[in-house]
Design a protein around this ligand. Structure first.
Ligand SMILES: Cc1cc2nc3c(=O)[nH]c(=O)nc-3n(C[C@H](O)[C@H](O)[C@H](O)COP(=O)(O)O)c2cc1C
Length: 222
């Protein structure tokens, strides 16, 4: 796994893409199929990409519990070996995000919101002093210079409607940790307009503007 910091990497290198899948299913999963296509499109854009993969259905993140909160709220320099062990899995998820230049997320709508595994992932990567910090001017996200593509799929709820509590939330929480360049690729209302929803999403993937890696590297320095 490539754990190099994206801020320090050589711009000649291919971009590192972290793919996060949240669908509980593999057979017939629309979000996984569209994310496959998006990954292929990124490979074609850049010639070569380095990939990191986090399948939340195969290995769901732990939930926040009392021991985790105590360890996380203890300043890093005062943590015991037990604290560090408690935070190890969360640290690994944060390291993947730090290493990534581009994030590809497959997000099905479950009961009007994101799947619980994805919420658990959010809880593990939203870490004060690591991915965001409090300043005199408010909260500052620390994962700057990255770009995210969110593949959103729903059965009946229109993307962006008042019953979609997923896309607005994901956009907000990514922004909170510093990832403000977020593109939503939607295959929404898949039950009633399956083919149409899919072709719109594929068209959006095909039309994604080619953006040089150097843009991201420059942004990560500001
Ligand atoms: C547990 C569960 C809950 C769902 N809840 C909703 C919902 O609230 N609204 C909706 O429009 N679709 C809902 N769906 C439909 C999924 O969003 C849709 O089937 C989507 O294609 C799932 O993603 P996938 O194909 O990648 O597995 C739900 C599906 C499942 C399995």
């Amino acid at each position: 796994m490539n754990q190099a910091s994206s801020a320090n990497r050589n711009t000649e290198q291919p971009p590192t893409v972290l793919r996060v899948d949240a669908s509980a299913r593999y057979e017939g999963s629309v979000s996984r199929t569209l994310s496959d296509s998006l990954m292929q499109s990124l490979r074609e854009q850049y010639g070569k990409i380095s990939t990191l993969y986090r399948d939340l259905a195969a290995s769901p993140p732990d939930f926040v519990d009392e021991a985790w909160v105590a360890a996380n709220f203890t300043p890093a320099e005062s943590r015991t070996p037990e604290h560090r062990a408690t935070l190890a899995a969360s640290d690994a998820l944060v390291a993947e995000l730090q290493a990534a230049d581009i994030l590809v997320m497959g997000v099905p709508l479950y009961n009007f919101a994101i799947p619980a595994t994805l919420k658990a992932w959010v809880d593990m990567v939203a870490r004060a002093r690591l991915t965001f910090q409090y300043t005199d001017d408010g909260v500052e996200g620390l994962l700057k210079g990255k770009r995210a593509y969110v593949v959103f799929v729903s059965g009946g709820v229109p993307a962006g409607s008042e019953l979609d509590f997923a896309t607005g939330y994901i956009r907000h929480v990514l922004g909170f940790i510093g990832i403000t360049d977020v593109t939503i690729i939607a295959a929404d209302q898949h039950n009633s307009r399956g083919e149409e929803a899919l072709s719109e999403a594929y068209a959006q993937i095909t039309a994604l503007p080619v953006r040089p890696v150097v843009d991201m590297a420059a942004a990560s320095l500001t």
